[in-house]
Write a protein that binds this ligand. Structure first.
Ligand SMILES: Cc1cc2nc3c(=O)[nH]c(=O)nc-3n(C[C@H](O)[C@H](O)[C@H](O)COP(=O)(O)OP(=O)(O)OC[C@H]3O[C@@H](n4cnc5c(N)ncnc54)[C@H](O)[C@@H]3O)c2cc1C
Length: 389
């Protein structure tokens, strides 16, 4: 089998490693337009059974595992004894380079038209990531500026603070995210659950530097920075419309991400895991990929409903109350929410009780606004497959 993978990010890179390990007789070629593989990322996730099952591949990529993490809200602080891991794209790059050139071919080329690869390859996995120009039609975004800082003295932050919502609420739900990379280095992200994808980097940078100074001490140097504008959809998304069954979109391009966080690392792992199961079977790949896309879309419907409540139901300045209530729930339920493993009773539990915002004209006004948006209306978003490429 000759396989082409476009893009060496979380989805393409992981898939290449998995095929290499579990199907070494297949010829895999990665096409990557940048000179580095894997991009410039720090991928965090809550490890689960999948990560344990593929620990041979995943464990060597993990640079830090914290046994717990913290959330902070105006009315309470909570420590969750659930582990949280970090993989940096450099580790993925190193793992891919170790396989090349004998088992894995790496082509430093930009592929404009995936269809053109079908002459030479049996299947093409399209992992080109988000097409940023096309996400602006959505009602909600998780966006952030992240800056990795080196402090003059140990910062004292032992484990991640994945939401510090004690900061001023601006532009929807705002929180700070802090990841201790080591005793003097921290990655700080100023994050917004906003209705618009407008991010002023200069302003966010100043807010991060003030937060750093006030909470962790004097900064020695800025190590690196990253910007994310992640889609928070209210209905099924697919970022490609190439109508060819031999081209299989993966990662963000395939719409495989957590609908409420925009994160995709675990979804990419889930795709790889099911693909590995598939290669042991004799099923047709075209049918398999269609069935996979369908089963994923069924799972995500519930999350779309939650997103609608968050972006169309809650007034932006009250949005943080949704998360404040969520983080009072049992730890197991919180983990299952992030791992997209919610059972029926979990779903009921999440929706039980009084919503943290009362009936408001905001919902009516916002829904009407979406209905008036013509092509991109709420009606369209809800009732049709929303293809974005
Ligand atoms: C700043 C930031 C932080 C994030 N943090 C997390 C996190 O902590 N945890 C998490 O789960 N998710 C996170 N995400 C969300 C998501 O998981 C990542 O964006 C993830 O990298 C997406 O994987 P992907 O493979 O779909 O796309 P990408 O990782 O973006 O990979 C796409 C690759 O395709 C290449 N490419 C694009 N076009 C072409 C072309 N025409 N020809 C050849 N190559 C091409 C790109 O250069 C890139 O290497 C984050 C996103 C951002 C932006």
């Amino acid at each position: 089998m000759r396989i082409a993978i476009i893009g060496s990010g979380a989805s393409g890179g992981l898939l290449a490693l998995m095929i290499n390990h579990y199907r070494p007789s297949w010829f895999v070629t990665i096409f990557e337009k940048e000179s580095v593989l894997g991009g410039n990322h720090t991928w965090c996730f809550h490890p689960n059974d999948l990560t344990k099952r593929y620990s041979k591949i995943i464990d060597p990529l993990i640079s830090v595992t914290w046994p717990r993490y913290q959330v902070k809200f105006p009315k309470f602080v909570r420590i969750l004894n659930t582990s949280y891991c970090l993989i940096q794209s450099q580790s993925l790059e190193a793992a891919l380079r170790r396989q090349a050139p004998h088992q894995l071919k790496i082509e430093p080329h930009e592929i404009q038209n995936p269809l053109g690869l079908l002459d030479q390859f049996d299947f093409v996995f399209d992992g080109r990531g988000l097409n940023q120009e096309r996400i602006f039609e959505l009602p909600g975004f998780q966006m952030f500026l992240g800056i990795e800082l080196k402090f003059q003295r140990p910062h004292g932050c032992e484990y991640p603070i994945i939401m510090d919502s004690q900061v001023e609420q601006i532009d929807g739900y705002r929180f700070m995210y802090a990841l201790p990379m080591d005793s003097t280095r921290l990655l700080l992200e100023d994050t917004y659950y906003s209705n618009t994808p407008d991010l002023d980097q200069k302003v966010l940078r100043d807010r991060i530097m003030n937060y750093a100074q006030n909470h962790f001490g004097a900064v020695d140097q800025v190590v690196r920075s990253e910007v994310g504008i992640l889609p928070i959809p209210v209905s099924s998304l697919k970022f490609d419309d190439l109508d060819n069954k031999r081209i299989i979109p993966i990662g963000l391009r395939g719409g495989y991400f957590h609908p409420t966080t925009g994160y995709s690392f675990l979804q990419s792992l889930r795709f790889c895991s099911q693909f590995v199961d598939f290669v042991q079977s004799h099923e047709d790949l075209e049918l398999w990929s269609q069935r996979y896309a369908y089963t994923q879309s069924v799972q995500t419907d519930y999350y779309y409903f939650l997103n609608k409540m968050m972006f169309l139901g809650a007034e932006p300045h009250k949005r943080f109350q949704i998360f404040e209530r969520f983080y009072k729930l049992p730890e197991g339920l919180i983990s299952r929410f992030y791992n997209m493993e919610l059972g029926f009773s979990d779903k009921l539990r999440l929706l039980s009780g009084k919503p943290p915002f009362g009936p408001s004209t905001y919902l009516v006004r916002n829904t009407l606004k979406w209905l008036r948006r013509g092509k991109n209306s709420l009606k369209d978003v809800n009732e049709t497959q929303h293809y974005i490429s």
